[in-house]
Design a protein around this ligand. Structure first.
Ligand SMILES: C[S@@+](CC[C@H](N)C(=O)[O-])C[C@H]1O[C@@H](n2cnc3c(N)ncnc32)[C@H](O)[C@@H]1O
Length: 373
């Protein structure tokens, strides 16, 4: 078997669909982040008091999914008498739609009640368009970093997958290449955060991964979402709509780590990450049910299967579409989009015909990491 290196710029294939499409259709990701409020508040309360408070949200997309959490956290601080100046740094790739993010925080888009930059005094919002595998801010300056649903993106595709679109279904040798890339990336992420955090600072991440039951996003006992992506993409190849190369180029630049993979850099006192002062305070996995499935089930028949399919597929599309459009980037944009539309339509038709087992439950591996004081 041969695997080939890709020359693609990873930023081109990772972006969420812009102009608010991502956060408007991603209620599940917002639900996950809302559950983090208590953990983040508690961790922040345990960090050393500093004159100003610097916070970061790594891989924030348009900021819409975490805005409620940050708004509640900062309002809570103010209500408790903490009036420190706050610097909030949103990070994502250079290709991200930061314009929507800034408009949301200033109250020009989304729910104005959550526009905390406008609603609270002395909160300064910044954007950083450099990837989180690098150090992004001055050393020893960050009180608390947070990241949700972002660090499964690897910094580069180690190979194109030849028999599946995602590493979860890939051949063992290709899967290993993704595992190796993800291990290097995770160490780089941790060393960069170790440099940025103040002594006693915290880094809390809710990362996609594979839990102790072997479950991951869209695969929690029902129909396997990534197998469906692969099946419909393969069907386009087999009927001659896309070429073999276009099939192969639709490779998600992602790796779902297990908890062992997340904890490996901390396992030895002489590891680079341990020597940089990081330790894990707690780790656990959490499954968050697909909100669109829940709404369908709770409708007791009021929502038809076709209506359910029309809510489920857009949430999948909001983060996966660029993988398929990029695979077709040698074609005219209209032609590529028509193929991608047909691809998601085929999935939607399946769900509408029989919704049993279709859902996109979220599976996160959660780590609370502290830098030594
Ligand atoms: C699925 S979205 C998650 C957005 C938000 N944190 C949430 O939980 O809803 C993943 C985000 O990670 C960003 N991302 C991927 N690789 C990145 C990198 N190396 N550095 C910074 N952001 C990255 C993507 O551009 C995207 O906006």
């Amino acid at each position: 078997m041969t695997t080939k290196k890709t020359g693609l710029n990873p930023a081109a294939v990772l972006s969420m669909v812009g102009q608010g499409y991502y956060s408007e259709r991603t209620a599940g990701a917002r639900n996950v982040i809302n559950t983090a409020l208590e953990m983040v508040s508690q961790a922040l309360a345990e960090t050393p008091a500093t004159e100003t408070l610097r916070l970061a949200d790594y891989g924030a997309a348009d900021g819409g999914t975490s805005r409620g959490m940050w708004s509640n956290l900062l309002s809570g601080l103010r209500a408790a008498g903490d009036h420190r100046e706050v610097e909030m740094i949103y990070t994502d790739l250079a290709s991200n739609d930061f314009s929507t993010l800034f408009r949301m925080m200033q109250g020009f888009a989304g729910d104005p009640a959550e526009a905390y930059q406008k609603n609270l005094d002395h909160v300064y919002v910044h954007g950083c368009g450099t990837g989180f595998h690098q150090q992004l801010m001055a050393s020893n300056s960050l009180n608390l970093g947070f990241s949700a649903t972002a660090m499964h993106y690897v910094s580069e595709k180690p190979c194109e997958l030849t028999s599946h679109v995602h590493m979860v279904g890939a051949l063992a040798e290709e899967q290993q290449q993704f595992r190796d890339q993800a291990a290097k990336d995770w160490e780089r992420i941790l060393l960069a955060r170790a440099a940025e955090l103040i002594p006693g600072g915290r880094f809390i991440c809710f990362n996609f991964g594979i839990d102790e039951n072997g479950h991951f996003l869209g695969h929690t006992g029902g129909i396997h979402m990534f197998d469906q992506f692969d099946r419909h993409w393969k069907a386009l190849r087999d009927q001659g709509t896309i070429s073999d190369e276009e099939y192969t180029r639709a490779t998600f630049t992602q790796h779902y780590r297990t908890m062992d993979e997340f904890l490996a850099p901390f396992s030895h006192p002489d590891s680079a990450v341990s020597k940089a002062g990081l330790r894990v305070r707690s780790s656990h996995s959490v499954m968050t049910p697909c909100p669109y499935r829940t709404a369908f089930d709770q409708s007791n028949g009021a929502m038809s299967a076709a209506e359910y399919a029309k809510t489920l597929i857009p949430t999948m599309r909001s983060w996966s579409e660029t993988v398929f459009t990029t695979a077709l980037d040698q074609r005219a944009p209209d032609e590529a989009m028509a193929i991608v539309d047909a691809f998601y339509q085929a999935y939607e038709d399946d769900v509408a015909a029989n919704p049993d087992g279709h859902a996109m439950d979220y599976v996160h591996l959660v780590l609370d990491i502290e830098k030594a004081r």
